[in-house]
Design a protein around this ligand. Sequence first.
Ligand code: NAG
Ligand code: NAG
Ligand code: NAG
Ligand code: NAG
Length: 580
Amino acid sequence: MSNSNRWRPLASLLPLLLLAQASLATLAITSTELQKGVPALPLSLYRHLRRAEQQQALALATPTFLDDASSQLTFAAPAPAYQAHYFDQLISHDPEVPPPAGKTTFRQRYWFDAGYYKKGGPVFLLDGGETDGAGRLPFLKEGILRILSEATGGIGIVFEHRYYGESFPVDDLSTDSFRYLTTMQSLQDGAYFAENVKLPGLEDVKLTPNKHAAWFYYGGSYAGAKAAFARKLFPDVWWGAIASSAVTAAIVDYWEYYEPIRLHAPSACIDLLQNHTSVIDSLLALDNPLVTTSLKSYFGLPNITLDTDFVNALSIPLGSWQARNWDSEVGSSAFFDFCDTLTADPEEVTKLGGLTTTVLEFVAQAFPSWPKDPRKTFASFSAYAAYSKDKIASMCPEDEEQDDCFGTDAYGGDGLEEAPWKSWSYQFCTEWGYFMGGAPEGHPSIVSRLIGTDYTAQICEKAFPPGKLNSVPSTPNTTAINQWGSFKLQHSRLAFIDGSDDPWLYATPHSPHAPNRTDTIKRPFKVISGGVHHWDENGRLDGDVPKAIRKVHEDEVEFVKAWVKEWEERGRWKTGAWRD
Ligand SMILES: *[C@@H]1O[C@H](CO)[C@@H](O)[C@H](O)[C@H]1NC(C)=O
Ligand SMILES: *[C@@H]1O[C@H](CO)[C@@H](O)[C@H](O)[C@H]1NC(C)=O
Ligand SMILES: *[C@@H]1O[C@H](CO)[C@@H](O)[C@H](O)[C@H]1NC(C)=O
Ligand SMILES: *[C@@H]1O[C@H](CO)[C@@H](O)[C@H](O)[C@H]1NC(C)=O
């Protein structure tokens, strides 16, 4: 019996198993989740989501009359509390990549809060990383910048990264125009800023790094790695640094992104997901058009041509693991909604219409990974399919082809408005890697093994055709990053804060592949148990913060105070330098 014959009965039954669909749910996945946690970015889907989110944000910011009787005008979203400022930054710090003729600087955006400042106090710079810096303002108002400034009489600054938000040294985003985007150039931005900025309203206050003020670097994720590199490469500018969820190791094949999810998400859910994923891979491996089509239809994605695009679409819910936060106003619960669906109540099993014992026995035989009585597993498989129809397929607008939504061919666009997806893509294609996919054979996987780095890395060729002055290498030059220490990077007054459940853990100094360290005041090395991605970065003015987060904030205040004290004891400002 050939493989394809063996499978025909199941394939013909699949369409019969379709469950009645509930009405379309509201967006469960955000554009950020799609961008961060899914192997390959389906760009047009991303664009749809972003547009929808921007419209939603606009609607929120539009005045609504809540109380007609008193005609009170209220705004659902408060006006931004901070004014943006612009620093004249060098377009290039590298003589080998000269700026265009007649232009040497660009306007780099930043915000600051000196509300807690006391003369002689430190300065805390938070690196906006690979996003619009405006999104980091809550960390200035309520989060880590507020916490550290309040504790030490310091100034908090949010510093936008070149090529993000409004901080562009170029007019478009062609491959050539990206020639000024390297991790090193952006590290030099920070140092040059610290050494030259005159904060508006504080022009009389001397803040020269080390001489007049202790400067500290804070970053989370990519910016966390930058905090560590900044302290190591510019020790005379940065007196100390906090590197949160710092991905100091650049890794080309980062399949281990999914390991913390596999190990720490609810095990019943992961067990099922692993089994379903291998069943789907086995069905696709039959390479039987009837089976493949039935399977895709079953999951509401009949018109996706490539199997890889199909399984990539199925991995979309996993992006929401990273989006979790201890503060429900910040984080997403989409991951648990997904798991709740997969591990549906056993009572629901009886509702499986049209499912005969024969089918169940067939499935049990065909898939050794399914239990002898696979009713519950099958219920969950169809629940997974229903979730895909409801929450994944439905993200694609009705008038759009599924191939356009979920395919990976449409990486066009050179305008600055493409920065939210394109700038970081350029960075990972040139230096960082982090191509995600299925686990190697023999290791359990929660995403399809059809997805490998060749699939995930397509964006590099498609989005960045070679230019005249610049091109993207065939594989990212991770040496450009890892030369600074990777898993072993350490320095005095450099803190590493990680989350035990963070999908980026395996790229940080807390990776199981990294050498063990001791946690000291001089070299803090802390894990937030159960924490995900830079969970110490946000805070709440109302103090409604869980114990583990309060503890890490207290720890950070403790070691930063000790570092400030160390700086003061050096006598830099007491000896008169402060007054010069
Ligand atoms: C799939 O393509 C067919 C034929 O073009 C179309 O009628 C159908 O609506 C499409 N289905 C989905 C879910 O996009
Ligand atoms: C998943 O597959 C394994 C065998 O590979 C089996 O022991 C287990 O029961 C399955 N789990 C579920 C929830 O179906
Ligand atoms: C990769 O980066 C390192 C460090 O910057 C550099 O020395 C090396 O020449 C680069 N390799 C390639 C192939 O560009
Ligand atoms: C690191 O520490 C952990 C827990 O203390 C221990 O299980 C592990 O074996 C250590 N690894 C190395 C490489 O020393």
